[in-house]
Design a protein around this ligand. Structure first.
Ligand SMILES: Cc1ncc(COP(=O)(O)O)c(C=O)c1O
Length: 428
């Protein structure tokens, strides 16, 4: 039996039916923005392999950082011990996030970074002697697949099987431009219940359809929260490390979050890792001798030295002029494409923020439920990996993508719009 038959027989893939519509494509290798399949095809990665890859696949600097670290110290227990990659990364990341954080808590992935942040925020109130348990989130939120992260995510296809087991969370409407005042009003009403925390994907909701909302709105929301003492959590698992054009979405705000969660691009897309960073205000509630006030949380691989070393290497690449210029060039090309879509096509929505562009087709995804599969297949036929979210197509490539490759993706989307009947706007 070939390896690939073993895959179908033995492996349970994420978010996938055990009777998948599409076969899992065997990958031999990947380089830059290109994924090389074992059947000889090359696929252009238009989604940064689930939004993680920044500098391109198999980047030699990142590979070397992992290799060198593996020869020194591959892993060590992180309770009672520490190591240089962890302490160096703490200094560099706190500096790079520029949100006055004073502590970093290492975990394994985006969901566990969220769990840590939620525990920090809830225990902050418990430790302070005035327990609060309510968390407020935004409609459409996605914060991960562990139970705490599911609880603060909008109820939907990803978590509704377990809805009776999740804790109750209040959601305010998604702040589309016409709803901002209404959302602030909803939030003001919820503040009367003395919530513990507010959690948001700042400026860009990913899983809900790569939809963008305003920094002015989020600043006002955070200001109201802070005035009421509510802990503000920024889930920058997707938006971190340049995706929005700035190093972090929070850098578009005047109000800074109390806690920030990072993962995905943290290691440049090479390995699982996550962090929750907290400011002095949060940390003060834990900086006590009482054993019952300790944050009892940890993972076997907390602060894994390989993950820390590759994160340091990725951070260094990110801060080089060449990378800053690539992000700017990519953002500009995406903005021009968004403008073209808005001007020439009859679409429900076009959003763009930094390196991300998204467009919502003018069809009802419920009525046309097969649309996602049709779109996915169309792009794959043309050797491009895009994973539409229902009737929403988005492009979120690694920063290393060549401009000709980006244009190929843009052109393919235009061809789709023309050939599948999502035609041009009538000339007025
Ligand atoms: C905004 C956001 N938060 C958290 C997560 C969960 O991250 P992970 O898949 O690493 O658990 C995701 C994953 O897509 C995400 O987009």
């Amino acid at each position: 039996m070939s390896n690939w038959a073993h895959n179908d027989q033995l492996i349970w893939h994420p978010y996938s039916s055990l009777m998948p519509v599409f076969p899992n494509l065997p990958v031999d290798s990947a380089k830059g923005a290109h994924i090389h399949l074992s059947d000889g095809r090359t696929i252009l990665d238009g989604v940064s392999s689930w939004w993680v890859n920044l500098h391109g696949h198999a980047h030699p600097t990142l590979a070397e950082a992992i290799y060198k670290q593996a020869l020194e110290l591959e892993h060590v227990i992180f309770a009672g011990f520490t190591h240089k990659p962890a302490t160096e990364l703490a200094v560099k990341l706190i500096d790079y996030t520029a949100c006055d954080f004073t502590k970093i808590f290492y975990s394994d992935n985006g969901s566990t970074a969220i769990e840590v942040a939620l525990k920090m925020a809830l225990q902050y109130w418990i430790n302070s002697g005035t327990p609060r348990y309510k968390v407020i989130a935004l409609d459409g939120a996605f914060h991960g697949d562990t139970f705490g992260a599911m609880s603060v995510s909008s109820r939907g296809v990803f978590n509704e099987t377990f809805s009776s087991l999740m804790w109750e969370v209040d959601f305010i409407s998604f702040p589309s431009q016409d709803k901002e005042e209404e959302c602030l009003q909803q939030f003001a009403t919820l503040l009367e219940q003395k919530p513990a925390a507010l959690i948001v994907e700042p400026l860009l909701q990913g899983t809900a359809g790569m939809r963008v909302y305003s920094a002015v709105f989020l600043d006002r929301l955070f200001a109201m929260a802070k005035k009421a003492g509510v802990i503000c959590i920024a889930d920058e698992v997707l938006t971190g490390f340049g995706r929005t054009g700035k190093p972090f979405a929070s850098h578009y705000l005047s109000e800074k979050p109390d806690i920030m969660c990072l993962s995905k691009g943290l290691t440049g897309g090479t390995m699982p890792f996550g962090v929750a960073l907290a400011n002095a205000h949060v940390v003060a509630a834990f900086d006590l001798p009482d054993l019952d006030k300790v944050l009892y949380h940890g993972h076997s691989y907390t602060a894994n030295p390989l993950a820390c070393a590759v994160s340091l290497a990725s951070l260094k690449l990110l801060q080089e002029d060449s990378c800053i210029q690539r992000i700017a060039r990519l953002s500009q090309a995406q903005a021009l494409f968004a403008q073209q879509l808005r001007e020439q096509y009859d679409l429900k929505r076009v959003d763009q923020l930094g390196t991300m562009v998204s467009l919502e087709l003018n069809i009802d995804p419920g009525y046309h439920s097969n649309i996602r599969n049709e779109l996915y297949a169309f792009f794959l036929e043309h050797q491009v990996l895009l994973r539409p979210l229902g009737n929403i197509i988005y492009v979120l490539p690694p920063y290393c993508i060549e401009m000709e490759d980006l244009q190929r993706i843009h052109q393919l989307i235009l061809t789709l719009l023309e050939t599948k009947g999502f035609s041009s706007k009538p000339i007025q």
